[in-house]
Design a protein around this ligand. Structure first.
Ligand SMILES: Nc1nc2c(c(=O)[nH]1)N[C@H]1C(S)=C(S)[C@@H](COP(=O)(O)OP(=O)(O)OC[C@H]3O[C@@H](n4cnc5c(=O)[nH]c(N)nc54)[C@H](O)[C@@H]3O)O[C@H]1N2
Ligand SMILES: Nc1nc2c(c(=O)[nH]1)N[C@H]1C(S)=C(S)[C@@H](COP(=O)(O)OP(=O)(O)OC[C@H]3O[C@@H](n4cnc5c(=O)[nH]c(N)nc54)[C@H](O)[C@@H]3O)O[C@H]1N2
Ligand code: SF4
Ligand SMILES: [Mo]
Length: 683
């Protein structure tokens, strides 16, 4: 497309964000001049968030990595610019040497997560798979507990189209802050409210979305399951549940009823959750009078040791009140549209020689697992689309792991905390410099990401790097890899479009996406009331959960507490960052980067005033932050945001949620089950 002197390209923001915005990029003489939202994408409707509009600064940031860099000794800060040839030589040489030393590629590992979640970024998995048996991560650090919970209940975690929330009569948000983390959802919430819907927000923090609500319930962290079950009991007692649905489509109604009758009391719930009886009454009355209800379980609610049970309890409430399958109502969590695609790079397989199998390490406990492996030990680590030294639990273990590794390679756009501790850093392309395909885990749109500008200095896409490294490996040791390095990004892209994908998106050729994004033709899940569980019913009582050593019924239990520290630390997302990303951008505010938000009462007890330096500590470690007094934070809770120079994750031990094993093989990280104390500090 052309617009005056500009060429206009279609791009997609590839961040791990609900919105996966489609954008138009305006390019003049090979330079990205500005970006706008693509009006043809019906969820984001031509708008971006601040981070999206800041992309020209991101692409040309003076902090962006330009060339391959080599550091000796690791962590010294003595960086030397080297050529791609030299970098590939060092990497390939080490890989082959380790293979010869140990007789397999098991001492080679990678760690990859969510820096860019475009489909062709599975190149990293593909590149390693082509080496034969190696050491790889599995699991999910983000949303696995809630996904399992919905799997037990529904047979598959499918959510309605989030645009349908515009037709809700009530929107009840538990543990999500879309005003910061899913900004485009606000428009659909507003549409619903303009037609008379009410908004309820349940969160320990008085968040920006809470500030918009008709009813805000400030709940004690980790106790949502109990509130949901109590609401279920109230609805049943008041005959405000869906009797017909219960008779025909629920499995486990009787034991569920007995459990509610025996174990759930409104007075006790009030004590445990900190929610007053009056607020519960108000909630019950809104819930009964405004239908259908869109129940949104955010990812924040399941980052607790009882997170999965909390999600199961909310989904049980949605089910017994007949809200599932109602247009505008239902249970919103995620929609795994990506499952429709073959994901050829992810699944690229090489027949494993000598009966050797890959060795898998839980991504939520990665450093410890890698340290545990011997015969052979892991000696080489490739890190891409990841910043574990900022984002993982148990950072102390990471330091230990680094000491045992002979070569650490990080591929990134910026000199992150992790890159700083690597031997080699390779510059990654931004999404404007590569071709990709983007699928949201929330909305239902599919969009093409075109190459809009030439590479920034010597930056390369993860796929290009995989192709180059493969060529070098094959030159030195023919047969070492069987990655098809002749295939271009467009070749891989074309392979993703099966006839099933074409039908699902109403496409006849993938090139049609150059004219704009396409939407999945999906029916509202559970409209037919046929659930994907064994018996076809919604399972209040899950035999599958029981087999997995979990309670069969959604049951409330207290989250585990950690030792002697009095303040619960919540580390949610920052509106101007995506996890640890975007710190280099001056166009974006840094106001949340280095603060500890604390209730004035807790601050007064510790003689802390606004702007003071404070030392926050627990058995894991300590950090220095700046005090920000906040009445949005209840007593007993403190908030620090992720990322920045001084990552808060140093305080976060390996704590696991109750669920995650079923679908991802790993229990979700219980990031928000962290306890700390703090005192006056000095910088
Ligand atoms: N701006 C921005 N947007 C992002 C991201 C980002 O880093 N920055 N990251 C993206 C990613 S990867 C993710 S996973 C999503 C996450 O986005 P969300 O789904 O919104 O989840 P969180 O930010 O983890 O937490 C949301 C809320 O949960 C609350 N919470 C914590 N514990 C509890 C509890 O026990 N009960 C209840 N009811 N609430 C609780 C927190 O106080 C917080 O307000 O955001 C995505 N969008
Ligand atoms: N305390 C605490 N910790 C958390 C959470 C929490 O709630 N609290 N949330 C967790 C959640 S929900 C998530 S999703 C994880 C996120 O964990 P990560 O995925 O590790 O998070 P990011 O900080 O986004 O780091 C991604 C890195 O990839 C780089 N990158 C971007 N694009 C590309 C690319 O095309 N190629 C390559 N090679 N690199 C690229 C970015 O510059 C960035 O350095 O963090 C988890 N950590
Ligand atoms: S960070 Fe999220 S909301 Fe912002 S432009 Fe990217 S996808 Fe859109
Ligand atoms: Mo996430």
């Amino acid at each position: 497309m052309r617009d005056g002197g500009n060429k206009v390209y279609r791009n997609v923001c590839p961040r791990n964000c609900y919105d996966t915005c489609s954008m138009l990029s305006y390019v003049q003489n090979g330079k990205l001049e500005k970006v706008e939202g693509d009006p043809l994408q019906g969820y984001t409707q031509g708008r971006l968030c601040t981070k999206g509009y800041a992309y020209p600064e991101y692409v040309y940031s003076p902090d962006r990595l330009r060339y391959p860099l080599y550091q000796y000794p690791r962590g010294s800060g003595h960086w030397e610019r080297i050529s791609w040839d030299q970098a590939l030589e060092k990497i390939a040489g080490k890989m082959i040497e380790l293979n010869r030393r140990y007789g397999s590629n098991l001492s080679l590992a990678y760690n990859k997560y969510s820096g860019n979640i475009g489909l062709l970024h599975y190149a990293i998995e593909g590149m390693f798979n082509s080496l034969g048996a190696h050491t790889k991560p599995f699991g999910d650090a983000c949303l696995a507990a809630g996904k399992d919970a919905l799997h037990y209940d529904l047979g598959k975690a499918l959510s309605p189209d989030p645009e349908s929330m515009a037709q809700a009569g009530l929107i009840m948000i538990w543990g999500a802050n879309p005003a910061w983390t899913a900004v485009h959802q606000l428009d659909f919430i507003k549409q619903a409210r303009d037609s008379g819907a009410k908004l309820v927000v349940i969160d320990p923090l008085f968040t920006p979305i809470a500030a918009k609500a008709d009813l805000f319930i400030q709940i004690r962290p980790g106790t949502d399951g109990l509130l949901a079950l109590t609401l279920a009991r109230m609805m049943i007692e008041r005959k405000q549940y869906d009797r017909k649905f219960a008779e025909n489509h629920l499995f486990g109604w009787e034991p569920f009823l007995s459990y509610l009758q025996d174990k759930i009391s409104i007075n006790e719930t009030s004590e445990v959750t900190g929610v007053s009886l009056q607020a519960m009454e108000k909630l019950a009355s809104l819930y009964a009078s405004h239908r259908p209800c869109a129940h949104w379980a955010g990812f924040g609610i399941q980052r607790s040791s009882n997170g999965g049970q909390n999600v199961r309890s909310i989904s049980a409430l949605a089910a017994i009140t007949g809200n599932l399958g109602q247009k505008g109502g239902g249970m919103f969590y995620l929609h795994p549209s990506e499952d429709l695609f073959p994901r050829n790079l992810l699944k690229y397989a090489r027949p494993l020689a000598d009966g050797k199998k890959d060795r898998e390490a839980d991504i939520n406990n990665f450093a410890e697992r890698l340290l545990f492996f011997d015969k052979p030990p892991v000696r080489f680590l490739w890190i891409a689309s990841r910043n574990p030294l900022s984002q993982d639990q148990d950072l102390n273990k990471w330091q230990e792991l680094l000491r045992t590794l002979e070569l650490v390679v990080t591929v990134d756009l910026f000199m992150t905390k992790t890159a700083q501790m690597s031997d080699l850093v390779l510059p990654a392309a931004s999404h404007f410099e590569e071709v990709d395909l983007n699928i949201s885990y929330w909305h239902h749109w599919l969009a093409l990401n075109e190459k809009a500008i030439p590479s920034y200095y010597e930056a390369k896409s993860d796929l290009e790097i995989a192709r180059m490294l493969t060529r070098r490996l094959k030159e030195i040791s023919p047969g070492f890899s069987n990655f098809p390095d002749e295939l271009t990004a467009e070749d891989w892209l074309a392979k993703e479009f099966t006839s099933q994908v074409y039908t699902a998106y109403g496409l006849t050729s993938w090139q049609e996406l150059k004219d704009g994004p396409h939407k999945l033709r999906a029916k509202t899940p559970w409209l037919d009331r046929k659930f994907r569980t064994c018996g076809g019913k919604f399972e209040l009582y899950s035999n599958e959960a029981k087999k997995d050593n979990l309670p069969a019924l959604p049951r409330f239990s207290w989250p585990q507490t950690k030792g002697d520290y009095p303040l619960r630390l919540i580390t949610p997302q920052n509106p101007y960052r995506i996890h640890s990303q975007y710190n280099a951008l001056t166009w974006l505010s840094g106001e949340y980067d280095n603060v500890l938000q604390i209730n004035p009462k807790d601050a007064a007890q510790r003689e802390l005033a606004e702007g003071d330096w404070v030392r926050v500590y627990n058995a894991e470690g300590e950090i220095i932050k700046k005090v920000q007094l906040s009445n949005s934070v209840p007593p007993g809770v403190v908030v620090a945001f992720q990322g920045g120079d001084n990552p808060v994750n140093i305080l976060i031990a390996r704590t696991a949620a109750d669920m995650g094993m079923k679908m991802s093989g790993s229990r979700n990280a219980a990031f928000y089950d962290t306890y700390v104390d703090c005192v006056q500090g000095r910088r």
